[in-house]
Ligand binder design. Structure first.
Ligand code: FAD
Ligand code: NAD
Length: 562
């Protein structure tokens, strides 16, 4: 026995258990390799290993190594997120860039913006970013709200130069005077609740509000699904309806009404919410409140002949079939006309084209019929003659500049473009504007340097100096020309995804030049989950969302009323 072998063997004898545990897979692979070769299993020989054994060993090491590297990267990301470095103070001589909103568009811009080039000020009534694609999951407690909220302070604190943030609503954009009126709408107010804020450049990213089309009773009686408070309200209301329905001596009709959950709008918001709600009923409510099982009903009301008009025909059919299997009642060609505290009146178009009014008693009404511009957006539209025809939002040019203005850009749901109002569009617009502002700053700096060099050139009489200055000016002018060549905004559609309930999702995926593929079912659901987790901005949120999913798998959803 060599000296090295003696050193290795000695502890083996002392620590039998752990070594045996590590040795087991090796013995298994070696035995399997022999069996695969057609011979009887022989004792493993350390020197003669088959290709299968070597491959298995390599795979094992690769997995082990990747897990270690992955854990290291996660640990580093967490450390970095929790330990921001000191920031540079803003430079008052720089231009003031005000960003309105803390949603998809504004936050994507802020993440990529070189803040040292401007005095950046952010104004938003909420001091967090909300990951809206997972908001429907929060209405039933599949995911907790805090898991999809990302503090804006975390994002801003990681910028190189500090950014001012005011938790306030912009109530007026005064274009002529280049000033904003901002109001603190929080419950706690100091001496000053409203003030003015001047800007050189302004980015409007205030999103949109829910549209009701002025249908009577909607604003007063319906729940919406856009903000954190909306999801909380729905979650409370679901349990409230259930507890009230099971109250002593409740009449059967009233019980049926209270347990009728109606979703108006068969767009992705309505479909995703209906799917989540039916899951909640099937997986949890039915078990913990069995007495409601026969009366609990989810209905989806849509004015058009089909749900999800933005998806391919194949996926629309799949969704409608799946929702029916899940026992969601789909009312197509049914346009809601009026809402009261307990009933919905809708007009149904029958197959022969005739119309009929129907009444649907409801306990919970969730209204998801799309967007309309916010008041502050509409007010700005009114101030600019070039926006006279704008209806859906601020009309912008190819560089996202608000038509008829100078130094004002709009992005996301508050801008009217040829694209659908989605997070995907808002994100790409935010990233584009960050590039635009970074380029603008570079261009301005180069122009200033060229001016200075030209002044020097005029002042000097020395021919050699003049020549070297001219060379330097030419080099900078070349850079300037290159940096001024910013392309107009171009949206690249990656596809559409939606959850439709019972662990199934649909996806219309796009790649290359217009190649598309439609996919649906449980594998697509896994893809949906991994895509959305990877899209969460921070490691913290990614982990919280995954923990929530695991928690619900293990313990089910919480049925307490908040
Ligand atoms: P928002 O994200 O709405 O942000 C607007 C910001 O402006 C907010 O921070 C708000 O507080 C702030 N604000 C409002 N008023 C003012 C004011 N007066 N002054 C200053 N700030 C103000 N899109 C997808 O692509 N995929 C999806 O899966 C998807 N799922 C969705 C699910 C739900 C339930 C909803 C409601 C939407 C979903 N969307 C999805 C659409 C997507 O959320 C929007 O298109 C996206 O949020 C638009 O981004 P935005 O920055 O324009 O607006
Ligand atoms: P939407 O505009 O996509 O759909 C609203 C639906 O409500 C329409 O189908 C419309 O016909 C219907 N409707 C309108 N008035 C009605 C009435 N009186 N009675 C019955 N039905 C009526 O709205 P949304 O689902 O809130 O989505 C808004 C935006 O957010 C869209 O651009 C959407 O693509 C995006 N979004 C995307 C996803 C996703 O990709 N998974 C999820 C949610 C939202």
């Amino acid at each position: 026995m060599s000296f090295r072998q003696a050193l290795i063997r000695a502890p083996v004898l002392k620590r039998q258990a752990p070594v045996a545990a590590f040795a087991a897979p090796r013995r298994f692979y070696a035995a399997a390799a022999t069996a695969a070769a057609g011979g009887a299993p022989k004792p493993p020989s350390p020197n003669k290993k088959g290709p299968f054994s070597r491959a298995a060993k390599f795979l094992w090491r690769l997995t082990y190594g990747s897990a270690l590297v992955g854990a290291g990267l996660v640990a580093y990301a967490i450390y970095e997120a929790r330990h921001p470095v000191d920031q540079l103070p803003p430079d008052p001589s720089k231009k003031t860039l005000v960003v309105l909103g803390s949603g998809w568009g504004s936050v994507s811009l802020l993440k990529k913006l070189d803040t040292e080039n401007y005095n950046v000020v952010v104004v938003s009534p909420r001091n967090f970013f909300l990951f809206t694609p997972l908001l429907p999951s929060c209405t039933t407690g599949t995911i907790e709200l805090r898991s999809i909220m990302e503090p804006l302070r975390h994002i801003l604190r990681h910028k190189k130069t500090s950014v001012a943030f005011y938790e306030a609503e912009c109530t007026k954009i005064d274009y002529a005077n280049r000033t904003l009126t901002v109001r603190d709408n929080s419950e706690v107010k100091g001496d000053i609740a409203e003030t003015k804020l001047p800007f050189d450049y302004l980015v409007v990213g205030v999103g949109a509000q829910n549209t009701t089309f002025g249908i009577p009773g909607v604003a007063e009686n319906a729940c919406f699904l856009k903000e954190v408070g909306d999801a909380q309200k729905i979650r409370t209301r679901i349990m409230d309806c259930i507890e009230t329905a099971t109250f002593k001596d409740q009449t059967p009709e009233e019980r049926k009404r209270l347990l009728h959950m109606v979703v108006v709008g068969g767009g992705p918001t309505g479909v995703e919410f209906a799917g989540e709600l039916q899951d909640f009923f099937e997986e949890d409510l039915r078990k913990w409140v069995p007495e409601i099982a026969s009366d609990f009903k989810v209905s989806l009301v849509e004015a058009l002949p089909n749900v999800l008009p933005m998806f391919s025909k194949e996926l629309i059919n799949y969704t409608e079939k799946t929702l029916k299997e899940e026992k969601v009642n789909i009312h197509l060609k049914t346009m809601v006309k009026k809402v009261t505290e307990k009933t919905i009146t809708a007009e149904v178009t029958k197959p022969d084209g005739s119309k009929q009014l129907v009444e649907l008693p409801y306990g919970l009404l969730v209204w998801a019929t799309g967007n309309m511009p916010r008041d502050v957006t509409r007010d700005l539209i009114k101030q600019i003659p070039e926006q006279a025809k704008a209806r859906r939002g601020l009309e912008v040019n190819d560089y996202l500049v608000v038509n008829g203005t100078e130094g004002i850009w709009a992005l996301g749901d508050c801008a009217a473009t040829k694209y659908a109002p989605t997070a995907q569009v808002a994100t790409q617009q935010g990233q584009y504007l960050a590039r635009l502002f970074n380029t603008l700053a570079k261009t301005e700096a180069l122009e200033q340097e060229i001016n200075q060099l030209e002044t020097l050139g005029h002042a000097t009489t020395d021919a050699a100096d003049k020549k070297s200055l001219a060379t330097e000016i030419e080099a900078k002018a070349k850079l300037l020309r290159r940096s001024k060549r910013l392309m107009p905004f171009q949206y690249s559609h990656q596809g559409s995804l939606a959850y439709i309930g019972s662990d199934r999702a649909i996806a219309d995926l796009t790649w290359g030049e217009g190649n598309t593929v439609a996919s649906s079912g449980q594998l697509t659901y896994l893809f949906w989950r991994s895509a959305y987790v990877s899209m969460c901005f921070s490691t913290r949120n990614k982990m919280l969302v995954v923990f929530d999913w695991l928690k619900v798998k293990l313990f089910g959803r919480d049925v307490s009323r908040e």
